[in-house]
Design a protein around this ligand. Sequence first.
Ligand SMILES: *Cc1c(COP(=O)(O)O)cnc(C)c1O
Length: 433
Amino acid sequence: MSQHAETAHPDLLTVGIPTHWYNLAAELDAPIPPHLHPGTREPVTPADLAPLFASGLIAQEVSTEAYIPIPEPVREIYAMWRPAPLIRARRFEQALNTGARIYVKYEGVSPVGSHKTNSAVAQAYYNSLDGVRKLTTETGAGQWGSALSFAGAQFGIDVEVWQVRASYDSKPYRGYLMRTYGGTVHPSPSTLTEAGRAILAKTPNTTGSLGMAVSEAVEVAAADPDTRYALGSVLNHVVLHQTVIGQEAVEQLAAVEPGGADVVFGCAGGGSNLAGLAFPFLREKIHGRSNPRVVAAEPSACPSITQGEYRYDHGDVAGLTPLLKMHTLGMDFVPDPIHAGGLRYHGMAPALSHTVELGLVQGVAIGQHEAFTAGIQFARSQGIVPAPEATHAIAAAAAHVADDPTEQVVVIGLSGHGQLDLPAYAEFLDGNF
Ligand SMILES: *Cc1c(COP(=O)(O)O)cnc(C)c1O
């Protein structure tokens, strides 16, 4: 990337890529409730987080600035695939027989095929500034593990990944991708950590969960001063990094739709791609420039917004992470092993939960059959096979325009492609769910 920095026209490379990350909370009247220390239940301090996270990321976690500059080395890596396209989905509109104008913001163009790289690159960069040698992390479907493995390779950092057992077994291609980038991958729960051994002793046949995998990755990072931990969603700094999606989309849409968006849909697992897309649209709303609704599509099998409680809870099963104020099904909740592995998380980003509480975002739960039905319809009309996670957003948007046939502008976050998820599509086509 230093080579890019030295090219004669570096500005050409990064044209159209945001220069700042956007922090919606800084512009809201009520701040996001602070994370609490798991022992004392007092607000966590930067010193509490220092064993786990890079100093630059900790500063972002508690930042009250509305705009945070994106370091040039990060923008130059973003330029390998950003700006991501905003696509008018005309053929999908025809398939739905709707008068709505539907636009999809497509994050599948990243090297690993999802939005996760937007934060992975930033996290690897700030860890490299602190001289960190290794990052540990969890992954559900394997998108985050492959994104962090890619980002680690960019900055010379080793990456060790605990992948939820159900996905490790059913999605081997993601593991191959992590290893191709130089990462190491273990199924979770594993016998490599105390947390993993304790879970296996109690439930030897568990399909695993993101909460379990987080416990394992955090335990390993906390025990080694040269190792830190990276989280692929949920935390404020991750949400912040993802706001490149929405800032680009607001600008791209303005070129063709002067009135802006009427409704924005995204799938929500930990909340990062939806918040990253929606918060810049909510910025337009709070500044009175447009009036979009935002809808979070979550799986019926793991409905933290529509069925969970809004309270403090741990991010992991072992209770090692700070307490986060969020919509949660409880840290022990183990969702059914649905194909959208990236949506199997018991909680929701505090930043997104906060906007739900403020009435800026509404949740809707979508069943797996309905999600894949919409995914197939989208693939047959537009050609892009959506990631199973993203099919939830597409299904929610399809149901919305069926109910409300008025002329309107709909934006859908297409968080990734599903080309490594084709076995799940085959199962659906075979009538297995
Ligand atoms: C991880 C993932 C998700 C869910 O995570 P969020 O933090 O809710 O964005 C959604 N879509 C894809 C493609 C993913 O990889």
